[in-house]
Design a binder for this molecule. Structure first.
Ligand code: F6P
Length: 360
């Protein structure tokens, strides 16, 4: 019987998932192995009908196709996070059922492509006896141990283009434009896109802000004859002494949905400065569509490296980007401690040198 490996995509989708699937299937096929796609995330392990063989020829066109052909989920019995990112222990009976699923499908190993939540579940699956290899996915770029996660470059690229567009309309109407970006509790997307897109103010979770300080940038620019201002707000940014702004409920089995801080900041700027202010929330546009060239290459390297780890029987590991190479690290080194933007690191220093305000 042919060696068979499984692959699943977990958590929120992100550009490049299909690129990883393609790389895994092509590398596995080259070794004479069969690849089974688990459908709908970890839940697919619990139902024998929720998987299918991935054909080599089906990989044509996946290199740049957004989303995931396997489907994904970040809720249900396998939700690995709750509240503001607290780790949840999956019910041992569910983990045992997942292991039985892996065995009944005849999988030598399971490749899990996911963010911190899915990799946390992957580690719990590994501890329950499933041979697992992880691939770090998230537009948020908040996974420890890897220099970058795939999806981040695509999200930053889209967000930068959005800022270019907001700049011309802000300039025409002499307005303040506030742009809210994703990133959860890390300000990577906002910081990178904000600098690349020429923002005047960038608000990130790592640096709680004060409204007086944000408004001062607007009025100082006005005094210099610059009659428009671009403000980037990460969804996890918060005013000093205040809590995160969330949409709807979080709860014991679901992570809080962040959002709304952009509108709150815009309203306050309008009130305090008298400037006409508008808000634009980029939302899921940052997660859809094709991966950038950088992400295509990264995903292809990650997928091939994950299959190499299965060949070497290195389980409980995640592939990490550590230029110039892709290396395995333990899943336990990656999960549970979000990688956030260092407040005194080069990115923030660069922005400050250019006169970009952080509202701190
Ligand atoms: O983790 C990726 C991410 O896009 C975050 O930036 C965002 O907070 C969250 O997922 C949104 O999740 P959902 O698609 O469940 O609303």
């Amino acid at each position: 019987m042919k060696t068979r490996i499984g692959i699943l995509t977990g958590g929120g989708d992100c550009p490049g998932l299909n690129t990883v699937i393609r790389a895994v299937v092509k590398s596995a096929t080259k070794r004479g192995w069969e690849s089974l796609g688990i459908l709908g995330g970890f839940e697919g392990l619990l139902q024998p009908t929720r998987s299918r063989v991935l054909d080599y020829h089906e990989m044509d066109g996946l290199l740049f196709l957004g989303g995931t052909i396997l489907g994904t989920s970040n809720r249900g019995a396998f939700s690995g996070k709750s509240g503001h990112g607290e780790t949840r222990q999956i019910d041992p009976a569910v983990l045992a059922a997942a292991r039985a699923g892996v065995e009944s499908l005849g999988l030598r190993a399971l490749i899990v492509v996911g963010g911190d939540g899915s990799l946390t579940i992957a580690q719990q699956c590994f501890e329950a006896g499933i041979p697992v290899v992880g691939v770090p996915k998230t537009i948020d770029n908040d996974i420890a141990g890897t220099v970058i996660t795939f999806g981040f470059d695509s999200a930053v690229s889209f967000a930068t283009e959005a800022l270019d567009r907001l700049r011309t309309t802000a300039q025409s109407h002499e307005r303040v434009m506030v742009c809210e970006m994703m990133g959860r509790y890390a300000g990577w997307i906002a910081a990178h896109a904000g600098i690349a897109g020429g923002a005047d103010v960038i608000l990130i979770p790592e640096l709680p802000f004060k409204m007086e300080s944000v408004c001062r940038v607007v009025t100082d620019r006005e005094a210099q004859g610059k009659r428009f201002t671009l403000v980037v707000v990460a969804e996890g940014a918060r005013e000093a002494g205040r809590d995160f702004i969330t949409l709807g409920d979080s709860g014991a089995i679901r992570e809080a949905r962040l959002g709304g801080i952009g509108a709150a900041v815009a309203e306050e700027i309008g009130k305090r400065t008298g400037k006409e202010t508008r808000v634009c929330v980029l939302g899921h546009l940052q997660r859809g569509g094709a991966p950038t060239t950088f992400d295509r290459l990264l995903c292809t390297r990650f997928g091939a490296a994950a299959v190499r780890l299965v060949a070497e029987e290195k389980y409980g590991c995640m592939v990490a980007h550590r230029p110039p190479s892709t290396e395995p690290i333990l899943l336990t080194e990656a999960i549970g401690h979000l990688r956030t933007v260092p407040p005194d690191g080069d990115i923030i220093r660069t922005a400050r040198d250019l006169g970009i305000g952080f509202g701190d």
